[in-house]
Design a protein around this ligand. Structure first.
Ligand SMILES: [Zn+2]
Length: 493
């Protein structure tokens, strides 16, 4: 990373020195007699006295630093603003972060509203005063900004209406900038817990959530490395919006578990979690790819689906709808005539198989078995991996004594050799007159399919709904963690 200081004016008071924003060549040949001495002085000052702050290590000992992407990719910004107010820390330090989060200070400004945008040079970022437009600083490379020139215990900075602890990093992306919050792990977790599980639920559930959030962040440090940060601030990683929704309770849950992580075999675990699983979690290998021994199906005896968002849901789909959905997702077909489901040992969906009128087959496994059915056109959201597919198909059976029954495949009526009947579940198969069980006939054309599901999420790891229920029953956060993650323990890095 190149770190070339171009020019600076320290805050709004220096605005008169930057009537035009000087570029690199202008700085060296500036004829601005009024400002040149100040620039030379400042440049010399910075050459010999660059400050080095290990900002978070300074305050928190060995607390790790995490980089959270706030605006990036398509969402990167032409102009990124920051704001702070007295009492939360006035002014900013400007410089750059080392790879381990040490801050190297190159300049300061007392402005409390500043704007960052791409410089004219292809790799520079310019800082200016938001209100006056006064030029403050230009930096080649990834610009870092720490809030507060004063002694404020926990300075907080406004970005897009949300308040963030820690500092910020700006990276060029074309003519825009990527915005990253560089924050101590504990402040980060304080910004996740209230969004992910709620700052008003039982403290033990919040503590379990804090451990999951902290361990997840640690285990996914490189997830968004192509953009220059560790984790994003959305449901893709963990919802994080700074300090806005912190409560005394959620902050207490983080402090009471400060520095604690979930371990499996001396490594920090991948602590996935979801809103609710609808009755059972699932082996991670049946949802995604990699098998992890602590992410195995757990029968959930605690969830209360009546209190859960999207706890129970149902849709009716037809072959015509499936034809449209698959074609719309690039799976060209001549008209779907059947859909059948396969289930895991825990009773969650493992695969969906489709056949079209030409005999072409389509198979979607694991997470794709869920996502393939979702459709904005038909307003279908398959909320979890726990659902059943029942056909509206009727089947006729005839006994050797000549008695016949017609049965819905959703609710099979079996027929004995002498005409006796009984109901069995879909998975049982059909009992023949000779006592043997044969597979249920597959649905054919013109079928409709009733999708009946429970739960909301990917079914891997901890259920937030179940964690809340366990906490209310008196279980501790360690009990909760060890219920959902097999053979793990809680410890420190
Ligand atoms: Zn993410």
């Amino acid at each position: 990373m190149s770190r070339l200081l171009f020019v600076l004016n320290p805050g709004r008071r220096g605005a008169h020195c930057a009537s035009a924003k000087p570029r690199r060549d202008e700085l060296r040949s500036s004829a601005d007699a009024q400002c040149a001495p100040l620039r030379i002085l400042l440049f010399a000052f910075l050459l010999f006295t660059s400050f080095i702050f290990p900002p978070f290590a300074l305050a928190q000992g060995v607390e790790p630093v995490i980089r959270v992407g706030l605006a990036y990719g398509e969402g990167s910004l032409a102009v990124a603003n920051l704001q702070n107010l007295d009492g939360y820390g006035i002014g900013y330090r400007l410089g750059y972060f080392s790879d381990i989060g040490e801050f190297f200070e190159l300049a300061r400004t007392s402005s409390y509203k500043i704007s960052m945008r791409a410089g004219n040079n292809s790799s520079t970022i310019v800082v200016s005063d938001t209100d006056t437009g006064a030029y403050i600083f230009e930096f080649e490379g990834n610009l870092a900004i720490l809030p507060s020139l004063g002694e404020v215990p926990r300075p907080v900075t406004w970005f897009r209406g949300f308040h963030y602890a820690g500092g910020f990093e700006y990276r060029r992306r074309g003519n825009n900038v990527t915005v990253i919050n560089v924050v101590g792990m504990e402040d980060y977790v304080k910004g996740v817990v209230p969004y992910e599980i709620g700052g008003g639920v039982h403290i033990e559930a919040q503590k379990a959530q804090a451990l999951c959030a902290r361990s997840y962040a640690h285990s996914n440090r490189r997830k968004h490395s192509t953009f220059g940060f560790d984790v994003c601030a959305t449901i893709d990683c963990q919802v994080y919006q700074g300090t806005k929704f912190e409560t005394d309770s959620s902050n207490a849950a983080v402090e009471m578990t400060r520095g604690q992580y979930v371990f499996w075999s001396d490594n920090v675990a991948q602590t996935y979690y979801h809103s609710s699983n609808g009755g059972s979690t699932e082996d991670v290998t049946n949802i995604w790819v990699t098998d992890l021994p602590y992410l195995r199906a757990v029968r959930d005896n605690f969830e209360d689906l009546s209190t859960s968002s999207n706890g129970r849901w149902t849709y009716t789909l037809t072959n015509e709808m499936l034809t449209y959905i698959l074609n719309g997702k690039g799976h060209e077909n001549s008209g779907i005539i059947s859909m059948t489901a396969e289930y895991t040992a825990a009773g969650n969906i493992l695969a969906l198989n489709f056949t079209d009128s030409s005999g072409k087959t389509f198979r979607f496994e694991k997470e794709r078995a869920r996502s393939i059915l979702s459709s904005a056109t038909y307003d279908v959201s398959i909320y979890s991996q726990r659902f059943t597919v029942n056909t509206g198909q009727m089947v006729s059976l005839e006994s050797s004594s000549g008695v016949t029954v017609r049965s819905d495949l959703e609710n099979i009526t079996i027929l004995g050799a002498w005409g006796q009947t009984a109901n069995v579940s879909l998975s049982t198969g059909i009992l023949g007159g000779d006592g043997t069980i044969s597979p249920i006939p597959q649905a054919q054309s013109n079928g409709t399919y009733v999708i009946t599901g429970t739960g909301w999420g990917h079914n891997v790891g901890m259920s937030q709904n179940g964690a809340k229920a366990m906490a209310n029953l008196g279980y501790t956060y360690v009990d909760i963690i060890q219920y959902y993650f097999r053979d793990v323990y809680v410890g420190y890095l």
